[in-house]
Design a protein around this ligand. Sequence first.
Ligand SMILES: [Zn+2]
Length: 225
Amino acid sequence: MSITINTGDDPRKRLQVATDCPYCNVYARMTPMSLPDFALLRETQPKHVGIVYQCDSCQAPVFLRYGLKRADKYGIELYNNFVELERPPERFPFSYLPKPTEILFREALSCYSNNSYNAFASMCRRAASSAMEQLGESGRMQAFEELLVAQEIAEIDDATVELIKTILFETGSEEELPILNRRQAGILLELLKDLFYQCFVRRGKLTRAIKVRNLFVRDDAVNSA
Ligand SMILES: [Zn+2]
């Protein structure tokens, strides 16, 4: 699939896209603001072309990069799949994680936001390994179970889950880690967030909430005494 802009076409109409805005986090339509010089593309034949858009939701400038397929006297052709040079930061209630896991998982999410999917996979393995150390053997079994439950809920194919198991639960050398594409990295991200949520955040939130309840019960007991 590609975007063809023939000489005489209105490039702004041909380049309309919608994506997640890195500033307001809304899935919004992006209006092209600054367009490449077609004559210069013809002359220099670069591999990539950058286009600055304006987010229709918050009016922030958003930079997208396209692969250039062809630039000749008839016009230009771009590959359809653009790369977002800035992505919205991934959010997570980090304060519930053990400190070493928090540090590693923050870095993992930052790799993901920068489209570095294999660096992301390596950091996910380190974050998961640190979490397993905290959880102990029974926690490790629970984490494994949680992954299978998440697979069933989200109906994720076996091949992808096998790949994710290799990243999260095996402790071999880094060279054995599979190469991830964007789709697989996205699934790994959601599964690890869910796993950490079930193993740490849920327990932390519930324990904290019950402690607060007990505090009020104690106060009531003191007041009624
Ligand atoms: Zn925006």
